[in-house]
Design a protein around this ligand. Sequence first.
Ligand code: PRP
Length: 217
Amino acid sequence: MITLALSKGRIYDETLPLLAAAGIEVLEDPEKSRKLILPTNQPGVRVVLVRATDVPTYVEYGGADLGVTGKDTLIEHGGQGLYQPLDLNIARCRVSVAVRADFDYATAVRQGSRLRVATKYTAIARDFFAGKGVHVDLIKLYGSMELAPLTGLADAIVDLVSTGNTLKANQLVEVERIMDISSRLVVNQAALKLKQRAIQPILDAFTNAVSSPASPS
Ligand code: PRP
């Protein structure tokens, strides 16, 4: 049995066409079911639904053989024990610094003030500000980062930006782009050896689908 870990939402939706290219069809819609293990049309392949931040952990410890996870999540996890064969080029967005429109970020950074930064992405934020020589106090949050500058919890946030609509709706502005993000395929290193015959065709199909994406219909 091959187990693939996915998280609901964009990653799940954008992985389905890649699975289809590998001849795999998920037989239940996670939006209509409370099931966490979804069967596929291939008796030897199943999908497990986990929180996005848990995908690398499931694959690292063998709870899943394969997974699809954002580069952001992978960096925060550390990537240990994971083989990362493929950038799937899906769920694209970026990690950026954002502040209130009336906050003078450039001056704060130039004068070497201590910035209070709220984020879910503490490893990415720590590395980024260390590279700039900016002192930061990091405040770990698990969601709704946009609220932090609005309530005075922090001067800045480090968060994912896709369309920019969430920042705009909360009167925040993007002041620095830290890195581009897309989702990666990750594989358990032991499974890659022990279940190679079942895993390799999936890897090959994903690789082909990524290098020659189907034209939109
Ligand atoms: C992400 C991110 C922003 C939003 C940005 O949240 O944290 O809130 O998307 O997207 P936009 O630029 O298109 O508005 P997500 O919906 O992934 O949920 P999360 O808060 O659990 O991270």
